[in-house]
Design a protein around this ligand. Structure first.
Ligand SMILES: *Cc1c(COP(=O)(O)O)cnc(C)c1O
Length: 391
């Protein structure tokens, strides 16, 4: 039996009409041409499809289509943004600021640069997981060149004050990169009003295909990104490689659906999330990680105190969800995001992330409530029975 899906924050299914559109760009009877082929109509047709998609993706964030660079996803976009800025400077001249709650696709490139001599500040969030503009301001030095702060955290759904941080950076002439992988389609984004210099996104987080994303690169800023992939000079030299037409058509079609409006969808998902949240809080001894901060509609990160998250996940096999732990090759580590928010190892191990999306239904939510209620009660009963036996 396929589990009910509560893991939209990790990936989303490709929406039906998006997949259908992609199919028309693959086979011999479709538009399979190379968008870089200038000598025949098959190339021109593919190029037109790529540029239509570029317009849709630019519209998502109120950008100009000439500011969109195709990448393989948000990981590559983050690498291009961070290393692409930093490598334009001598290490000592380029101080980087990021936060402890970023995705590894931001933290790892920053740590990589740090090992090469770039000064790096990693900001701590408050207890609700928010990076304050004051924390950013306090970390700025005369050599700060780039601030990278995510719009929405992938584990908790907590939103950072992006517009305030953008204003601060702009006033000091510092570039501002935003990992917006979890924000697209969940909150309005405007790169001009938030004064964002670089923004990463990934199609598979908004009902498009895996393996395609984009980096927004502001044109009107003293910004000269150092390419990370060379060969052929595609994407104005910033990212070489034959453009994957079908993937780009996919991200464009997914963006077009969102550009038609997502307020109603967000409202519906938010109601479902709150139905789930209220029922789980009823269980008692439950806290919502990031619960007091502004959050996007679909995320719910719950700590069931006194219950082991791994055991709970095994007890609700009818649900596909994530734990507050990450399996490394060696062991199960508590989530570094929850730890940075001040949770104990035990509380992090007792946390689960449930994330809802476009295809979540009230019936799914009610099944989840039933399963989690049963599992939590039974795990708590056996835990207290064990404790009685021991004493
Ligand atoms: C999913 C995600 C990424 C990675 O995106 P890919 O396209 O899978 O490489 C980066 N940052 C955040 C916040 C994410 O949620």
């Amino acid at each position: 039996m396929r589990p009910l899906y509560f893991d939209y924050a990790s990936t989303t299914p490709v929406d039906g009409p998006v997949a259908e559109k992609m199919m028309a760009y693959l086979t011999r009877d479709g538009e399979f041409g190379n968008p870089a082929s200038r000598s025949h109509i098959l190339g021109w047709m593919a190029e037109e499809a790529v540029e239509d998609a570029r317009n849709e993706v630019a519209d998502l964030i109120q950008a100009d289509s000439r500011e969109i660079v195709w990448t393989s996803g948000a990981t590559e976009a983050n690498n291009l943004a961070i290393k692409g800025v930093a490598e334009g400077y001598a290490p000592a001249e380029c101080h980087l600021i990021t936060s402890a709650t970023e995705h590894k696709a931001v933290l790892d490139p920053c740590n990589y640069l740090h090992a090469k001599g770039y000064p790096l500040s990693i900001l701590k969030p408050d207890a609700d997981g928010v990076i304050s503009v004051q924390a950013v301001a306090a970390a700025i030095t005369e050599h700060t060149r780039l601030v990278s702060i995510m719009a929405v955290n992938n584990e908790t759904g907590v939103c950072n004050p992006i517009a305030e941080i953008g204003a601060l950076c702009a006033a000091q002439g510092i570039l501002f990169h935003v990992d917006a992988a979890q924000a697209i389609g969940k909150m309005p984004l405007d790169v001009d009003s938030a004064q964002i210099s670089l923004l990463s996104m990934s199609a598979h987080k908004f009902y498009g295909p895996k393996g395609i994303g984009a980096l927004y690169v502001r044109r009107r800023s003293p910004l000269d990104l150092v390419a990370q992939i060379h060969g052929g000079g595609h994407e104005r030299g910033m990212r070489s490689g034959t453009l994957p037409t079908h993937q780009i058509v996919g991200i464009g079609a997914a963006a077009k659906i969102l550009n038609a409006g997502f307020a109603e969808e967000a409202e519906r998902i938010s109601r479902l999330r709150d139905r789930l949240l209220n029922a789980l809080v009823e269980l008692g001894d439950v806290t919502i990680n990031g619960g007091a901060a502004p959050r996007v509609p679909g995320h719910l990160n719950v700590c069931f105190h006194g219950v082991d998250g791994e055991a709970l996940m095994l007890a609700v096999r009818n649900l596909a969800l994530s734990t507050g732990s990450a399996c490394t090759s060696a062991s199960i580590e508590p989530s570094f995001v929850l730890k940075a928010m001040g949770l104990s190892d035990q509380a992090a191990h007792s946390s689960l992330r449930l994330s809802l999306g476009r295809f979540s239904t009230e019936a799914d939510v009610d099944s989840a409530i039933l399963s989690l209620t049963e599992a939590v009660n039974s795990l708590r009963t056996s835990a207290s029975r064990n404790k009685r036996h021991q004493s």
